[in-house]
Write a protein that binds this ligand. Structure first.
Ligand code: SAH
Length: 376
């Protein structure tokens, strides 16, 4: 009988219980193992000292704790840390920890590359390879915690918030993202509040509909434009699921939650594209349709993107219009850009199956060869 071993790292609490059920073991073993894996960071069964030797041996026969390899860790001068993590198959993904006062937000990747091809996102330009397993997603929080230890000297958690805003579209990897998010919010695992774990989507409406009743994670929507005409140019998935359908679905999800929660609307600002006062006024009308707060993200440049960041004045004027209408608005600080860790700069190393990246490689190489400081 050649069964591949099940990797316990990615199993949600319910799946871990089912696993012990099948083994003919008591369900409380699931709680013990969850704590070992996610609170103590165990990477072998031998460390699980409250589990009998014989059960540990049995576990090692049918299961494993398989982790991705960290290729390197980079430290930004502003305290941001970035990890490049090699996943099976040879590609790599990136995770970023962004400290901001007492808040320490980990930005995790959900896919190797991305299939949505948004026009201003460098991950999209890398093409797409595959979705990450739940173990590979949860492995990113383990990596971050291991790099610091779980608590700081004041006894506070090292990772206080998680956002699914790294590489990939989380709702195109639905089941694995849900399992990973469940682990992040489970008290026997990472114990983060549902208000501090946020799934960000470019608008995969059928998947968003499926979240109702299944999870109560927080929601961010990458809107980036106030009209369907403009949004379809920037975020191609909008042609399938236009703004109204997306907001209707998001509203149904918010209503399904037991507490009063708002969606975070993300709006990446590009000079001359979506940053004009007229766009701000149109956006106000759109945002009246959903309880939300707005997060403006000044565009982070990458080679040959074809876009530019708006001036500070243009951003301030835009913000003023939206704030005056009563919508809570923040401008995202650019963090970690000295280590290419800012929004839209996470590229990893994608072995692209879509061949989309080939369209871009020639221009990037041209750029590099013009730069005399760069030698092959
Ligand atoms: N696919 C999901 C998760 C990725 S989130 C989503 O679209 O929501 C990454 C966030 O950074 C998104 O809001 C995205 O639109 C934004 N972003 C992408 N490229 C960017 C860039 N070059 N500059 C600034 N923000 C960017």
């Amino acid at each position: 009988m050649s069964h591949s071993k099940v990797n316990l790292l990615g199993l949600s609490p319910a799946k871990l219980e089912a696993f012990f059920d099948e083994l003919g073991e008591k369900r409380f073993r699931a709680t013990q193992v969850l704590k070992w894996l996610h609170q103590h960071g165990a990477s072998s069964f031998d460390e699980m000292t409250n589990i009998s030797k014989s059960l540990r041996t049995k576990l090692a026969e049918v299961a494993e704790i398989r982790e991705s390899e960290v290729v390197f860790e980079k430290f930004s001068t502003d305290g941001t840390r970035k990890w490049v993590i090699k996943v099976e198959g040879g590609s790599s993904v990136e995770a970023v920890l962004i400290p901001d006062g007492a808040r320490r937000t980990l930005c995790v990747s959900s896919q190797v590359g991305c299939s949505l091809d948004c026009s201003f996102c460098s991950t999209g330009k890398q093409g797409f390879n595959r979705s990450l397993s739940s173990a590979e997603i949860i492995g990113q929080i383990r990596t971050a915690i291991r790099s610091f230890g779980p608590f700081d000297p004041a006894g506070e958690r090292r990772v206080t918030n998680v956002v699914f805003m790294g590489m990939g579209e989380p709702l195109m990897n639905f089941n694995n993202v849900m399992d990973a998010a469940t682990l992040m919010m489970d008290d026997n695992a990472y114990g983060l509040s549902k208000r501090r774990v946020t799934i960000s989507t470019a608008g995969v409406v059928p998947a968003l509909d499926k979240m109702v009743g299944l999870t109560d994670v927080s929601l961010a929507i990458s809107l980036h434009a106030p009209t369907d005409e403009l949004r379809s140019q920037l975020v191609p998935v909008n042609k399938r699921y236009p703004i109204k359908d997306l907001l209707d679905s998001a509203n149904r999800y918010l209503k399904s939650l037991s507490d009063k929660r708002v969606a975070t609307i993300e709006y990446t600002m590009m000079a001359g594209v979506n940053d004009q006062p007229e766009h701000a006024r149109q956006l106000v009308k759109v945002l009246r349709q959903i309880p939300c707060k707005l997060n403006l993200i000044p565009f982070n440049p990458f080679p040959n993107s074809g876009y530019e960041r708006p001036s500070d004045e243009a951003i301030a004027a835009f913000k003023q219009i939206v704030i005056t209408s009563g919508i809570i608005t923040t401008v995202r600080k650019t963090r970690g850009d000295d280590v290419d860790a800012a929004c839209g700069q996470l590229v990893g190393q994608v072995d692209d199956k879509t061949r989309r990246s080939q369209k871009y490689i020639p221009v990037i190489q041209e750029e590099v060869s013009r730069d005399k400081s760069f030698h092959f």
